[in-house]
Design a protein around this ligand. Structure first.
Ligand code: ATP
Ligand code: MG
Length: 323
């Protein structure tokens, strides 16, 4: 059985100007021990996708369509109580700037223990023991569970957040820009840790970032999001060596190779479409350097380009399934 299957997910926000289609037909899957990277410009719907899977959307955000199957159970159909009971055990999330999510007046070990006690219905003592084990797992001395958040460096706080996210042995961990606020060295350590944990614990990992180069080193698959949709998805080789979508091409060109002469990345001209308005044709058409006349009025379907490589672009040729 597949660990996670997201089918045609549509998550919209109710705003004073109308429905904002932040995620509009997103499809992907994730297997045990697999790492999927989700990348795209600010506002393309990455966090909304993560909040939909964990059912942590703000009240103005609703899932309007699609399914999220976790080991065969459709999370979209679960009631609030059922979701609450499963949260942290099924899917946990490490947020962007997660350090602020820690309670400043509570020892870190107590915060982790509290989550364990709440969800696993064990004694406080077992909760503390679990906090110590988790600290060892995230490579921190276990006596540090007696510290308060302000006694930790940024990297240590992020390790503590990872320990917290792992408290109830989740099947999937989502890291939403988990290393953005950290310096490059610490960032690499945290990513290596997540990488090690997902292999050892066979967790599914969804890593969200703006930075394609991080995903190339940490993930098995990459999903490129644009304006609420995944426009290309595939293995690292598919995305970097058999790039099919012009938007992916532009994203890659924004990240000059490490070690090469430093150049200012070109960026991508123009802005993403307004998701309050219906989109005609391809959503990337107005910014696309390869656009064809058809792109202005016919929305490209997602096409299989071989294996698990899919792209939504009129320029990409479909591979017949009979081959
Ligand atoms: N509560 C909300 N009400 C209305 N619109 C929202 C709300 N939350 C998010 N949005 C909009 O939905 C879109 C997608 O937001 P989301 O946070 O998912 O983007 P993102 O890809 O995670 O961006 P970033 O890289 O900046 O974190 C954005 O345009 C955002 O303004
Ligand atoms: Mg985000």
């Amino acid at each position: 059985m597949t660990l996670l299957e997201v089918n045609n997910l549509k998550t919209y926000f109710e705003t004073s100007q109308g429905l904002y289609k932040a995620v509009d037909g997103t499809t992907f899957d994730l297997d045990y021990g697999e790492a999927l990277g989700l990348v795209g410009e600010s506002g393309c719907g990455k966090t909304t996708c993560a909040l939909s899977i964990t059912r942590l959307l703000p009240k103005e955000g609703k899932i309007h369509g699609g399914e999220i199957f976790l080991e065969g159970t459709n999370l979209v159909k679960l009631g609030d109580d059922e979701i609450r009971a499963r949260r942290w055990k099924d899917v946990s999330i490490i947020f962007q700037g997660a350090m602020n999510a820690l309670n400043p007046v509570m020892k870190i070990g107590d915060q982790i223990a509290e989550a364990v006690v709440l969800h696993e219905k064990v004694s406080k003592r077992s909760g503390i023991k679990r906090a110590e084990e988790l600290f060892e797992l995230v490579e921190m001395p276990k006596k540090r569970i007696n510290n308060y958040p302000h006694e930790f460096s940024g990297g240590m706080k992020q390790r503590a957040m990872i320990a917290m996210a792992l408290a109830c042995n989740p099947k999937i961990v989502i890291g939403d820009e988990p290393t953005t606020a950290l310096d490059v060295m610490v960032q690499a350590q945290i990513l290596n840790l997540l990488e090690k944990l997902r292999r050892e614990l066979r967790m599914g990992l969804i890593l969200i970032t703006h930075d394609l180069s991080i995903l190339a080193e940490t993930c098995d698959k990459i999903a490129v999001m644009y304006a609420g949709k995944i426009v290309e998805i595939g293995t690292i080789e598919d995305i970097f060596e058999r790039t099919a979508h012009p938007y992916t091409e532009r994203l890659i060109s924004c990240f000059p190779n490490v070690g090469k002469e430093k150049i200012i990345p070109p960026g991508i001209d123009g802005v993403p479409p307004n998701l309050l308005e219906p989109i005609k044709g391809c959503s990337f058409y107005p910014r696309c350097h390869k656009a064809l006349p058809i792109c202005s009025h016919v929305e490209p379907e997602s096409r299989n380009l071989g294996g698990k490589h899919f792209a939504s672009c009129h320029l990409s040729g479909e591979v017949s399934h009979e081959q």
